[in-house]
Design a protein around this ligand. Structure first.
Ligand code: PMM
Length: 258
């Protein structure tokens, strides 16, 4: 492992997230969970108020901001906080509340990051969440995703963003084969020089891998696949992994590093 990667812990404050199903909509419980992720070794807690699950419908900016801002404000005293959003207003509100990283699944908010002098994650997505899994098509998924991310990262850097991350966007307008191809190409993405974030945690392609009788493994049965793919990404040069199961991932990374 080149360097031990950072672990970003996922805190979804949505009523409809695919993997933790609205368990953290209550502010106090969300903050408790975020602090627990930090104690378990998350360097960053990623707070999101709009589900990007395949098929999800968009949420209005004021509703999304109302979900994330109180949680960001309470957590920021304890741990570095990122905001998972594709909306400029929500990103700005979360930064005002203490977030120092914008995790941008639309890869379009670099100007907000530049204006506020915070970090920025550019993630690749084909299409939009509502329809992205209908029929994703690429000529060469690795080349297209890499070229897109390089272009976005360079543009953000030129605009004055001093901390730029790139993320291939596992599951965002991608078949399982596309996801595996991108995971196999982490060394190539890392060779771009931009620090790479990878998020495989509990995603559908892992459910498909462990399907029984054609039925995908349920979300709660995807831990081993999630941890294994995070560790492999780290060994291949990812600088950050975005996960739900922070304790298990940190332990696995520690064991491999040792
Ligand atoms: N995946 C999800 C949401 N946000 N952000 C980044 N940078 N990378 C990802 O892979 C990513 C993301 C979807 O997963 P969730 O609904 O469990 O948060």
């Amino acid at each position: 492992m080149p360097v031990r990667p950072l672990v970003m812990g996922i805190l979804n404050v949505t009523p409809d997230s695919f993997s933790d199903g609205g368990r953290f909509v209550d502010v106090d419980r969300a903050v408790d969970h975020g602090r627990q992720l930090a104690r378990q070794g998350a360097a960053i807690v990623d707070v999101g108020g709009e589900s990007t699950r395949p098929g999800a419908h968009p949420v209005a900016a004021d509703e999304e901001a109302a979900r994330v801002v109180p949680v960001v404000a309470a957590l920021a005293a304890h741990v570095r906080v990122s905001v998972d959003t594709a909306k400029a207003e929500v990103a700005a509100a979360a930064v005002a509340a203490g977030a120092t990283l914008i995790n941008d699944v639309s890869a379009s908010l670099h100007e907000v990051a530049a204006d506020h002098q915070v970090g920025w994650v550019a993630m690749h997505m084909q299409g939009e969440p509502r329809t992205m899994q209908h029929e994703p098509v690429y000529d060469d998924v690795v080349a297209e995703v890499e070229a897109y991310l390089r272009e976005r990262a360079e543009r953000a850097h030129r605009a004055g963003v001093r901390e730029v991350w790139i993320d291939p966007g596992i599951g965002f307008g991608k078949t399982a084969a596309h996801n595996w191809a991108l995971l196999a190409a982490i060394p190539q993405l890392a060779a771009s020089g931009w620090p790479v974030v990878v998020g495989t945690s509990r995603k559908a392609f892992l459910g498909a891998l462990f399907a029984v009788d054609g039925r995908p493994a349920p979300v709660d049965d995807r831990l081993e696949g999630s941890v294994a793919t995070a560790v492999r990404a780290a060994l291949d040069g990812a600088a950050m992994v975005r996960v739900h199961d922070v304790a298990a991932t940190v332990a696995a990374l520690e064991a491999v590093a040792a």
